[in-house]
Design a protein around this ligand. Structure first.
Ligand code: SF4
Length: 349
């Protein structure tokens, strides 16, 4: 393992002093319950702390333990997650809780290889839970940590950058406890060494290689970006008395198990064919809604539509006519909430 890059004891004590002063208060900070750390880390993937806090508090109130979560159903967990996005993550949390009950006697394992067998748990989540909850000497390398070390040591993309960083972080455990070392580097990346940092106030600026060569914004070295494809389609709002037609998606794939309005993406089926198959008559376009997923963007035209015959649910698990009250209880993807909000009548909050 490379020993070309090391953090000195002076740098470490500088970091820990900075962390003492600047660390944010979070409901899970200082907590050593592995379940709570697991939940917080899954929620924090690609979502900011301030957004996560109310979701986390609500989640822990509803599911205070792995056992209670394992006994819940996907509909209920999806509802609590609504708005956080990345819905396969919450379904994996449920599967993970059941796996832990079945294989690890209800306790998140304190061994890396065992933790990696839990559905949805990758190296970062496992490292975060094992180090923060159990104080084990395991690095947790997220995007923030990669940014910090790429800059401190002007690391390029050659070799396995994650392994290089893990090795540097692991050396830091000589000076301080793993749980605090990992949290301090994560927080430093989240608050100080941000994408556009103010290096003049950084306590590490004297030893930062990227700053020394005036190339801070060139690190981390990025892979050339692929253009995100944009998919287009239609969403249909079909009313019957005071209700709206909602459809439940299959249990697998994108947005699994969620409830949505009838919709079609043009690259899957022509809207004219879809409308004919489902006896839908588009009446009026009330606007567009957009959403960005990890690998593509969607732009839907939102149509008020009439149903000419009984709804044919092919393509969905089930359908329901939802009143405004019932609609609030269904777990819905963000883009469909946007469409309903455009309509206004069914969804005001
Ligand atoms: S000097 Fe700037 S680039 Fe270097 S660690 Fe500090 S904030 Fe990051």
């Amino acid at each position: 393992m490379s020993r070309m890059h090391n953090i000195s004891d002076i740098q470490m004590s500088t970091l820990m002093k900075w962390f003492d002063v600047h660390k944010r208060t979070m409901p899970w900070r200082g907590d050593s319950n592995p379940y709570n750390i697991w939940i917080s880390e899954v929620m924090l993937q690609q979502t900011q702390v301030k957004t996560v806090i109310p979701y986390y508090n609500r989640w822990i109130r509803n599911y205070p333990s792995i056992e209670i979560l394992a006994n819940s159903d996907s509909e209920a967990v999806l509802r609590l997650w609504e708005g956080l996005g990345y819905y396969t993550r919450v379904l994996n949390l449920l599967k993970g809780a059941r796996y832990i009950i079945e294989h690890y006697n209800g306790k998140f394992p304190a061994v890396m290889n065992d933790a990696l067998k839990i559905p949805g748990v990758g190296e970062y989540i496992a490292g975060a839970v094992l180090s923060i909850a159990y104080n084990l000497p395991v690095a947790a390398v997220d995007g923030n940590v990669i940014r910090v070390f790429s800059r401190l040591f002007a690391l390029d993309k050659s070799g396995n950058i994650n392994k290089t960083i893990e090795s540097i972080v692991t050396d830091c455990y000589t000076y301080y406890q793993p749980r605090w070392v990992n949290q301090a580097w994560m927080e430093f990346g989240a608050l100080q060494c941000v994408p556009k940092p103010v290096c003049s106030v950084c306590p590490m600026n004297a030893s930062c290689k990227a700053l020394k060569i005036s190339k801070v914004l060139n690190y981390p070295v990025k892979k050339p970006k692929k253009k995100t494809p944009v998919r287009t389609g239609r969403i249909y709002i079909v009313q019957q008395n005071d209700t709206v037609l909602m459809l439940k998606r299959h249990r697998k794939g994108l947005l699994a198990g969620m409830w949505e309005l009838p919709n079609i993406l043009e690259d899957e089926e022509k809207h004219t064919d879809f409308e004919q198959k489902h006896s839908l008559k588009p009446m009026e376009c009330i606007g567009n809604v957009k959403h960005a997923y990890s690998h593509f963007k969607v732009v839907y035209q939102v149509y008020l539509a009439e149903l000419l015959k009984t709804w044919n649910s092919a393509g969905w698990v089930e359908s329901t006519w939802a009143s405004s009250e019932k609609l609030q209880l269904l777990a819905k993807p963000k883009v469909h909430i946007k469409a309903l909000k455009q309509h206004g009548m069914f969804f005001n909050s």
